[in-house]
Design a protein around this ligand. Structure first.
Ligand SMILES: *Cc1c(COP(=O)(O)O)cnc(C)c1O
Length: 356
C-alpha cells in the first residue's frame, strides 16, 4: 500500500522526483556513471549546479545581487554562521522568538555578537506569532523563523523593518511567493520542503553581506562559497540534484504562485475538519496557522493512541505531534497531494462517528 507521509522532516517528496533520483543513482543522463560517483568538477555536474541555482532565482524572483549557495551542516549551522558572517564589531541584531528553532538560532548567534530578543510567544507555548512589538532601529538585521515546524505557526506577512530580514525558511521555502526586497539572507535545510537532508540552501544578497573578512575560518565564510560557486569543498551533488528535480516539478505546478494556491486549498480542507469535528481542536492561533505543519489535539486525551492507530491502518504515517505540543501534527508540505489530506479527513470523520 502506498503510504501518505505526514512526517515533519525528512519529509514527503513528489513521486516523480524520487523516480528521477533513482534513475540518476543508476546512471546519470547517459554518462555511463552513477550520479553518486561523478566528480563535482565534471562539466555535467557543474552545469547541473548552475541550472539549480538559476531555477532557485527564477522561482523566487531573485536578481543578480543574490548568491545561491548549497552548503552542508543543516540549518543548524546557519544559526551561528549567519551571525558570524554578518555581525561586525559593535553591531547588533534583533530576533523574534517563535519557538524551538528560533531559540536555538538565538543561542548560537549570541556567541558572535549582541542579540536583542525583541518579541517572543513563549508565554503561550509558541501558539501564535507576536505582533505590534518594538523593532529597535539600526540593527544589522532582523532574524525570524518564517514557519514554526513544531508549533504549527507561520508568518503570513513579514514584519516591517528598517534592517533587512534574515530568515530561517527551512520548513516553508517555496511554499508561496516572497518579496525578496525585504530580505538580506534566507536559509533552509532542504529536508522539509525541498529535497533530502544533507544540503542547506543559503541565499544571500551580496551587497548586504559586504566585504570579505579575514578573521573568519575559510569554510564558514560565505565569500568562500560565493567565489567557488559552492564547490570550495565537495558539495552534496546528489542532494542538489534532487532539489533541482523538485524545483522542476514545482515549476510544472505553476511555480510558487501555483504552490501557494495548492497549499492553501489543502490546508483549508484539514483546518475546516479540525474546526468542525467535535473530537479535535487546533493548537495554533487561527490567524497564524501554518500552511505546512498542522498541529491539533484530541479533546479527550484517551483517544490519542487509538486515533494514531486508525491513521496508520489507513496508510497515513508520521502524525504523532512533537512532544512540546503533544497530540498530532500533519506536515503537508508542497509535495503532499490533496488526496493525502482527504484520506486523513475521512479517518477523522469515521473516528468521530465511532466515538460519537
Ligand atoms: C528542521 C528545522 C531546522 C533544523 O534543520 P537542520 O537542517 O536539521 O539543522 C531549523 N529550522 C527549522 C524551522 C526547522 O524546521
Amino acid at each position: 500500500m502506498k503510504k501518505y507521509n505526514f512526517y515533519a522532516g525528512p519529509a514527503i517528496l513528489s513521486e516523480t522526483v524520487i523516480r528521477k533520483a533513482s534513475e540518476a543513482a543508476l546512471e546519470y543522463e547517459g554518462t555511463g556513471l552513477s550520479l553518486l560517483e561523478i566528480s563535482h568538477r565534471s562539466k555535467e555536474l557543474v552545469a547541473m549546479m548552475e541550472e539549480t541555482e538559476s531555477l532557485v532565482k527564477e522561482l523566487l524572483g531573485l536578481d543578480d545581487d543574490w548568491a545561491v549557495l548549497f552548503l552542508t551542516g543543516g540549518a543548524s549551522s546557519q544559526f551561528f554562521e549567519s551571525a558570524q558572517n554578518l555581525l561586525n564589531e559593535g553591531e547588533f541584531a534583533n530576533y523574534v522568538d517563535t519557538g524551538t528553532w528560533s531559540t536555538k538560532a538565538i543561542k548560537e548567534a549570541k556567541r558572535f555578537g549582541e542579540i536583542n530578543v525583541i518579541a517572543s510567544s513563549k508565554d503561550q507555548n509558541y501558539s501564535y506569532i507576536p505582533k505590534g512589538y518594538d523593532n529597535p532601529q539600526g540593527a544589522r538585521y532582523l532574524h525570524i523563523t518564517s514557519n514554526n515546524t513544531i508549533f504549527g505557526t507561520q508568518f503570513h506577512s513579514f514584519p516591517d523593518s528598517d534592517s533587512p530580514i534574515v530568515c530561517d525558511m527551512s520548513s516553508d521555502i517555496f511554499c508561496r511567493p516572497i518579496d525578496p526586497g525585504k530580505f538580506g539572507m534566507i536559509y533552509a535545510g532542504a529536508q522539509k520542503n525541498l529535497g533530502p537532508a544533507g544540503v542547506t540552501l543559503v541565499l544571500i544578497r551580496k551587497s548586504f553581506l559586504g566585504d570579505k573578512r579575514s578573521d573568519m575560518p575559510t569554510i564558514t565564510n560565505y565569500h568562500t562559497h560565493i567565489e567557488k560557486s559552492s564547490a570550495f569543498n565537495t558539495p552534496p551533488v546528489f542532494q542538489i540534484y534532487v532539489c533541482l528535480e523538485s524545483l522542476k516539478w514545482l515549476k510544472s505546478m505553476g511555480g510558487v504562485e501555483g504552490m501557494q494556491k495548492h497549499n492553501e486549498a489543502k490546508a483549508k480542507i484539514l483546518y475546516d475538519e479540525i474546526d468542525r469535528n467535535s473530537l479535535f481542536e487546533g493548537t495554533a492561533a487561527k490567524e497564524d496557522r501554518s500552511l505546512m505543519n498542522v498541529t491539533f489535539v484530541s479533546k479527550d486525551e484517551s483517544h490519542q493512541t487509538e486515533f494514531l492507530a486508525a491513521c496508520e491502518a489507513a496508510g497515513c504515517v508520521g502524525l504523532k505531534g512533537h512532544r512540546s505540543v503533544g497530540g498530532f501534527r500533519a506536515s503537508i508540505y508542497n509535495a503532499m497531494p490533496k488526496e493525502g489530506i482527504e484520506v486523513l479527513v475521512q479517518i477523522m470523520k469515521e473516528f468521530e462517528n465511532k466515538k460519537g
